[in-house]
Ligand binder design. Sequence first.
Ligand code: SAH
Ligand code: SF4
Length: 335
Amino acid sequence: MEFSNIREVIKNEPRYRTDQIMRAVFVDLVEDWDKVTGLSKKLREELKKKCPLEIKGEIFISSNEDSVKVLMPLVDGKLIETVLMMYKGERNSVCVSCQVGCPMGCKFCATGKMGLIRDLTTDEIVSQVLFFSRYLKKEKKRVRSVVFMGMGEPFANYENVIGAIRLMHDPKGLGLGARRFSISTCGLVKGIQKLAKEELDVNLAISLHASNDTIRRKIMPVAQTYTIKELLEVVDDYIAVKHRKVMFEYLMISDLNDRDEHALELAKLMKGKLYVVNLISYNSTGEFKSSTQKRMKHFKNILEENGVEVTIRYRFGRDIQGACGQLATEKGKHQ
Ligand code: SAH
Ligand code: SF4
């Protein structure tokens, strides 16, 4: 989908035409320009040629039907993955990718192993959500929230990520409230500082994954650039401006960061702030082992006993390799 081309094609049309077309694409979710009545044949043909509405994707549904993954081919043949997570009570959330691959090289992450292949455009990010808006429409359901936890580092493609959020937030676009968006970052402090200046009040999540710099440096190259202390200072500045709770993601890796002493160390960092910790069960990508459920619960208890708010991330679509943050490359098919 090339939304940017739509503007170009209709630039000489009257203003109401733009609204009509935006409504057709984002509200009525049409997949065929011929279904948009009231457009001249000439205009329809031009839109068909320059802005085809088709969004291709191969669909995989998890066995317990709580998630659906789509593998989407881009114009240059590269592939990206997007996941729809269906919570009970209709909290349908789409986990989007913002890059093909990722430049940050986290050791535990399948996407990180690919390196950066390229940034996604605003259109490519929005198309992922539109794909699932269309998919859910058939069941009379809607996309309720969008999380940037697929492939890539959102703050390494800042402008396109924010551009996509603006388009999806636009009442004439998908009309999703700002709080329906969550950006997860490995801790690029410049991105956090920029986000603090945006008018949009989206949710921010930080992939911390360690209770001290020594461990963090072993698994996340970004920790060589910024210490946890520097990162938390910037997060606190962000909270001072936005007054919004920030989530810290913590992957539970056996023996590396899941011992009692790590829980206590983490509690010291987290306590008394507008923070919430989200413990994530690690989906092993080879090098490390995931912690047991029992260990995770114990770790959670220690944090809670020390005054930290904690949640554990529910696992989605394991059988389709479709849990958030685990999207990538099987057998190099993204190359
Ligand atoms: N680049 C961003 C957002 C994408 S990753 C970031 O790192 O925050 C989204 C989340 O999935 C991150 O918390 C990431 O650390 C986590 N993740 C990566 N690999 C994972 C794996 N194998 N199992 C579980 N979570 C993983
Ligand atoms: Fe990139 Fe996030 Fe994976 Fe790290 S965890 S390599 S930042 S996608």
